[in-house]
Design a protein around this ligand. Structure first.
Ligand code: ATP
Ligand code: FE2
Length: 325
């Protein structure tokens, strides 16, 4: 049985997995009314809720701490103070329980959890707050085929939502407003398999200042930004010859994005997979899930070498040595 800890950004989570089955997926998220995430504040939040979320997960999973074989922890990438809290907590618990730690890359976990939906070798469109990447496995590693060249899609949406005064997180609210909007032209920027959002953001803000309705702007934002993501994903499918598209990240909860991806896949004869919302957003079940896969292939750090085990805030997806495949 593997217990996983997630703490890369605003979410502190603890998940329990056994034989590929999720027994618990608990979390507590740091939120702000105004402005973005303050890393030190988020880390403080994680420190304060860690014991409670851990206990909650143990109870939900109906297991006993002594059944835990190892602790998986998201080691990378993310905000350093937040990652540090997760790592400190993981080490404390691992020493208490006398079990090894399995370091996990958060982005790869978003991809691997897709196996639960039946995807076996997909292109992942990872659309979250800070990250926007098109990732797939090729020649021994997870490769980033395309990504945002400026800001993440979620941060872009949240930034615009704050500007028009509808609060945080903006994604779900923009999705609602879009339902009664119509299309107006806004800039579209895809470069190969890369995308850019900051020009689009400026343009949307200017149009809002000139009196264009929130509904029309929300609708056009979604149609344009999501079409960019779909185009980049389709190019990655064509380039790699893969036949499956998988969604990951909080923005993937958006039903219009899901619909656009589904249509593209149908048109090119590919299969489309989308995990349930609780596994799309940042969560610890995916950390435990990938942790178990790594553990079964012999990846673990024993207590004796904990001193050498550190966080890796800037690790790139294609830096990860994939020895479990
Ligand atoms: P990262 O994982 O890159 O560190 P994060 O922790 O902010 O980023 P997630 O929890 O995966 O990412 O996703 C949060 C984002 O998802 C927010 O930007 C939020 O607005 C967006 N989001 C949530 N639900 C929806 C929705 N229905 N439509 C669009 N966006 C959504
Ligand atoms: Fe994430």
């Amino acid at each position: 049985m593997i217990i996983g800890i997630e703490s890369t950004a605003h979410t502190f989570g603890v998940g329990v997995v056994k034989d590929g089955k999720i027994l618990a997926n608990c979390k507590d998220s740091y939120t702000t009314e105004k402005g973005g995430i303050i890393p030190m504040e988020s880390a403080k939040h994680h420190r304060e809720c860690a014991d409670r979320v851990w206990k909650d997960a143990i109870v939900r999973a109906c297991v006993s701490e002594k059944d835990i074989d190892a602790i998986a922890v998201s080691q990378a990438p993310g905000l350093a103070p937040c990652l540090l809290e997760g790592m400190k907590f993981a080490k404390k618990k691992a020493i208490e329980l006398n079990v090894p730690i399995i370091p996990v890359n958060h982005c790869v976990a978003h991809l691997e959890i897709g196996r639960l939906t039946g995807a076996s070798d997909p292109v992942l469109l990872y659309a979250s707050g800070a990250n926007t990447q098109v990732i797939a496995y090729a020649a021994g590693k997870y490769r980033v085929f395309g990504e945002t060249l400026d800001i993440g899609i979620g941060n872009f949406i949240d930034n615009f939502a704050r500007y028009i005064g509808i609060g945080f997180p903006g994604g779900p609210k923009i999705m609602e407003l879009a339902k009664s909007g119509k299309y107006i032209e806004i800039p579209y920027s895809v470069k190969g398999m890369d995308v850019l959002f900051s020009g689009l953001l400026t343009n949307l803000k200017q149009k809002y200042d000139k009196g264009v309705s929130k509904e029309d702007l929300s609708y056009s934002l979604q149609e344009t930004a999501f079409a960019m993501l779909v185009e980049a994903s389709e190019r990655a499918l064509a380039h790699t010859g893969k036949k499956e598209l998988l969604l990951g990240g909080g923005v993937a909860c958006n039903t219009r994005l899901q619909e656009m991806c589904r249509i593209m896949c149908e048109e090119r004869g590919a299969k489309f997979f989308v995990p349930e919302n609780s596994l799309l957003v940042d969560n610890a079940a995916m950390i435990a899930y990938l942790g178990e896969i790594e553990y079964n292939s012999g990846i673990k750090v024993n207590i004796k070498t904990f001193d050498e085990l550190d966080i890796n805030p800037r690790e790139r997806t294609d830096d990860v040595v994939v020895s479990w495949k």
